[in-house]
Design a binder for this molecule. Structure first.
Ligand SMILES: Cc1cc2nc3c(=O)[nH]c(=O)nc-3n(C[C@H](O)[C@H](O)[C@H](O)COP(=O)(O)OP(=O)(O)OC[C@H]3O[C@@H](n4cnc5c(N)ncnc54)[C@H](O)[C@@H]3O)c2cc1C
Length: 385
């Protein structure tokens, strides 16, 4: 099928990542889900393809080219192969590494990015806390300055990649009375004294990625690891989330696509009442709805990415794409189970894993409710009373 959305170069990138995902990620997806631990094999494969430095300048060891369109293409294909691998990549590239790239100074970028952009080192991004997620400005982790060093105290929750990270971008308040204006961003080395990482177990999906609690007890952070300006950390976090939502939307498109493909294969092979179930109109309608929902989410995602890459306003479109795509992939993967009937409820068919992976996407990087709040806020600004 011709793809008018993608340039020739983008189609080549898509093919390279799709081939890799078909060859390496998808065949291991069930095993990595069962093991419930970070898959180094997946990570090294993605790093060897050069995916960990897309959009990062070549002088810091990145690909030197590529914007949100390219990262979206990659995120979709990786998620189609193994959604957990795409979460690890996303937290590393579009959250952690990107925050250092966008807000770090020259010395920090030269010191930290070459390892991250090559995928030798992994980045994590720690905003959420046990008591604050959607209401991120209410975070309680503190940073106190003493003799030119910052000391962190508090804890972060649900942090992707923390247990395997080299660098963790941490948001902490230097003055709670200032609200969000008291928050600053720091890069913390994972081997810092007073830093404890507790991997969280019992996760529903995305089980080839690691999600962890991070505890700071007087953890020293050298002053040259403050990112950007003191008191601007919350603005940096929101800016990063605005654009990262495009990549989450792309991830959701990949998850939906893998569910559709599984349903298509099964519907043409399973027979009831003397013919393949794909010949029953009830099943055809489900498949048609799934494909249409995926198409709409993909177009919305690439449109938001194109706006962003062209320096145009994109925040509302990014929220819409994330909302649409995340709710789509939960629905589409549930329909894929329906198409499979009873066997769809078992591990063997693989679609229950896709459904479990999909489920978190309406929660992280801003829940569906938060996306609706953001979209409504923009709407009210466009249509004043
Ligand atoms: C697998 C996984 C990986 C994650 N990775 C990271 C990571 O790498 N880094 C990181 O910082 N965080 C990460 N998170 C955390 C994630 O971003 C938060 O869980 C998410 O933002 C929701 O916050 P919460 O869990 O505190 O829920 P809450 O904010 O407590 O929300 C609970 C419910 O209330 C609703 N709600 C809250 N406020 C409102 C409102 N004003 N109006 C209407 N409804 C509202 C929410 O939509 C939700 O339904 C991860 C989470 C998971 C599950």
């Amino acid at each position: 099928m011709a793809d008018l959305l993608l340039t020739e170069e983008e189609q080549m990138l898509q093919k390279m990542v799709r081939d890799f995902a078909d060859r390496e990620l998808a065949p291991r997806a069930r095993e990595t889900d069962e093991k419930q631990e970070f898959s180094w094999e997946n990570w090294r494969g993605m790093a060897n393809l050069g995916l960990m430095g897309i959009g990062i300048d070549a002088k810091y060891g990145g690909s030197g080219s590529g914007g949100y369109r390219q990262v979206s293409i990659v995120a979709e294909e990786i998620a189609r192969g193994d959604a957990g691998a795409s979460v690890s990549m996303l937290a590393h590239l579009s959250l952690g590494t990107n925050t250092i790239y966008r807000f770090g100074n020259e010395e920090q970028k030269q010191r930290l990015l070459p390892s991250l952009a090559s995928g030798k080192g992994i980045a994590a991004w720690a905003l959420t806390e046990p008591g604050s997620g959607s209401d991120a400005a209410a975070l309680q982790t503190t940073a106190t300055e003493r003799d030119g060093t910052y000391f962190l105290n508090g804890s972060k929750m649900f942090i992707t990649n923390a247990a395997v990270a080299e660098s963790i971008v941490v948001f902490a308040t230097m003055d709670r009375s200032l609200g969000y204006k008291g928050i600053s961003a720091f890069v913390v080395a994972r081997d810092s004294p007073g830093l404890q990482i507790n991997p969280l177990h019992g996760k529903m999906g995305m089980r080839s990625s690691t999600t962890d609690e991070v505890v700071f007890q007087d953890t020293p952070v050298p002053s040259n690891n403050l990112l950007g300006e003191q008191g601007r950390g919350f603005n940096y976090a929101m800016e990063i989330l605005d654009s990262s939502r495009i990549i989450v939307a792309a991830q959701c498109v990949g998850i939906g696509q893998s569910a559709l493909e599984a349903a298509m294969r099964y519907a043409q092979q399973r027979e009831t009442f003397g013919k393949p179930i794909a010949q029953h109109q009830g099943i055809q309608f489900m498949l048609a709805d799934m494909a249409t929902q995926i198409y709409a989410a993909r177009v919305a995602t690439m449109h938001a990415a194109t706006l962003k890459d062209n320096g145009l306003p994109f925040v509302e479109e990014a929220s819409m794409a994330k909302l649409l795509a995340s709710e789509m992939c939960v629905e589409v993967s549930s329909k894929a189970i329906q198409v499979h009937g009873g066997i769809g409820y078992f591990q063997e068919a693989g679609v229950e894993r896709i459904f479990r992976d999909a489920r978190v996407t309406t929660i992280y990087e801003g829940t569906s409710e938060v996306q609706r709040l953001l979209i409504a806020r923009q709407l009210l600004a466009h249509y004043p009373a």
